[in-house]
Write a protein that binds this ligand. Structure first.
Ligand SMILES: NC(=O)C1=CN([C@@H]2O[C@H](COP(=O)(O)OP(=O)(O)OC[C@H]3O[C@@H](n4cnc5c(N)ncnc54)[C@H](OP(=O)(O)O)[C@@H]3O)[C@@H](O)[C@H]2O)C=CC1
Ligand SMILES: N[C@@H](CC=O)C(=O)O
Length: 352
């Protein structure tokens, strides 16, 4: 499995660290032996070596100088390829899409996916744009081209919120889904309950690698809205679009309201909700005041949680990291393992 990583920020580096340190363990467990052949990033630079890149050197340069310029030259090394050229002209068979999530168009990541599929390359991604804006089209294109499309990290980072619903809970109809789906705002709310200012709490969330490149996406609720749309489309089988979701940002909540709630033993949470009703699907992302008895009220920091209300299995709640370098890198690893099994299955069918 030869990988090209598009976007080498928090998440791209999170995956590279896991591959550099724990690849042997994964190989023993699954038989998967990935090699990173290309990295393409606006900020840090781009490298391609068809024989594979030295991840320890790449990660050292990223951490110390924030540039890949000093990566050693070799007869096979190519520098400076942009994302599209990396997809089309390298020998990578799996594209890892970890560029920024554009909340208006989902581009250029949607085009990255389409280009990869046309070139018969698999895609795994944490970028929410393509799945929120074009899931149906992209999943159909992937199927037509016989390639894998993985997107576990788009909702709740490395906590397997999508895989749980799409595999372990199969056979249920989800009547309602409720979740704390944004790590940044939950982290901010937790800090603000302890008296920190809105701006300091946001700054800390950014420093910890939780926030989007443009944190407006987190605090105004767009990031959680995208996740609600992804859940509706990929788990509930409902073609909801971003315009179908009511959205109220965190800024509408004052520090005084957060403190008053605390004194009353209650907590404000940015809650994402999708409900099946007699009038169709109702979806929203907004601050909601929860009693301490509510199952989602005790969720602190960058932790996320989701409750699937199932017609057969009842209410099932999953809690875990909603953001972070290692955690989101792990989400990509879990998709790569799934992709590896998909590739193995295809190989078997072709050889029969
Ligand atoms: N951080 C997290 O915990 C999580 C993040 N995600 C998603 O994963 C993706 C990556 O997040 P994260 O790593 O935190 O973001 P970062 O901003 O840390 O890294 C993204 C990197 O991609 C570069 N980039 C942007 N567009 C392109 C492009 N077209 N071609 C090449 N490089 C590009 C950026 O450069 P520049 O800065 O110059 O634009 C930046 O270096 C996002 O879509 C995010 O929504 C999902 C789950 C959790
Ligand atoms: N910015 C997002 C990152 C994960 O999707 C968040 O804070 O949850």
């Amino acid at each position: 499995m030869k990988l090209a990583i598009l976007g080498f920020g928090v998440v791209g580096q999170g995956l590279a660290e896991i591959l550099a340190n724990q690849c042997e363990k994964t190989r023993q467990q699954t038989g998967m032996a990935p090699k990173v052949v290309a990295i393409s990033d606006f900020k840090i630079g781009s490298l391609y070596d068809p024989n594979g890149l030295d991840l320890d050197k790449v990660l050292h340069l990223a951490a110390t100088v924030g540039s890949l310029e000093d990566y050693p030259n070799s007869a096979t090394l190519v520098r400076g390829l942009d994302a599209m050229t990396t997809i089309v002209q390298t020998n990578a068979d799996v594209i890892v899409e970890a560029t920024f999530t554009d909340i208006k168009t989902g581009e250029p990541a949607i085009t990255h996916c389409k280009t990869a599929f046309a070139a018969k390359k698999h895609v795994v991604m944490t970028n929410k744009g393509p799945i929120a804006m074009a899931y149906k089209q992209l999943s159909e294109l992937a199927a037509e081209n016989g390639v894998y499309l993985g997107f576990e990290g788009t909702v709740m980072s490395g906590t397997p919120a999508l895989r749980l619903a799409r595999t372990a809970l199969i056979g249920n109809t989800f009547t309602e889904v409720n979740g704390i789906l944004n790590g940044t705002t939950n982290y901010m709310l937790t800090q603000m309950e302890d008296g920190m200012s809105y701006h300091d709490a946001l700054k800390q969330a950014q420093e910890k690698g939780y926030a989007e490149a443009d944190p407006t996406s987190d605090v105004e609720g767009y990031d959680a809205l995208y996740k609600i749309v992804i859940l509706a489309n990929t788990v509930m089988g409902e073609a909801l679009t971003p315009d179908d979701v009511e959205r109220v940002g965190l800024k509408t909540l004052s520090a005084a309201e957060i403190q008053t709630a605390k004194q009353q033993g209650k907590r404000w949470k940015m809650l994402g909700t999708i409900r099946r009703t007699a009038d169709g699907m109702k979806a929203a992302v907004k601050p909601i005041l929860l009693d301490s008895s509510h199952p989602l009220s005790s969720i602190d920091g960058a932790t996320n949680a989701i409750t699937y209300s199932c017609d057969l299995a009842g209410d099932i709640t999953l809690t875990g990291a909603g953001a972070g370098k290692k955690e989101t890198g792990y989400a990509l690893l879990s998709d790569l393992v799934d992709c590896h099994f998909f590739m193995e299955e295809n190989r078997k069918v072709t050889n029969q």
